[in-house]
Design a protein around this ligand. Structure first.
Ligand SMILES: [Zn+2]
Length: 69
């Protein structure tokens, strides 16, 4: 399936069995586990999607705004 390449932001290909990620645009070639770590590090917005991997911090982020007032 198509996913966003973490390096060049273009279309990369995730194998059907989730074993690897490849991108023709920048020659990215890594395992899915490496891919998950890579984007978790570089793109904080992915944390929600990857909650199972990184652990959810939603509770801390939400509600904190009220306390600033
Ligand atoms: Zn790429």
């Amino acid at each position: 399936m198509k996913i966003k390449c973490p390096k060049c932001k273009k279309n990369a290909e995730l194998s059907m069995d989730f074993s690897f990620v490849k991108c023709d645009n920048c020659d990215l070639d890594m395992s899915y586990g490496e891919y998950v770590k890579f984007i978790a590090h570089n793109e904080p917005t992915y944390s929600d999607i990857l909650g199972d991997y990184t652990g959810s911090t939603e509770g801390q982020a939400a509600g904190s705004l009220d306390e600033w007032d």
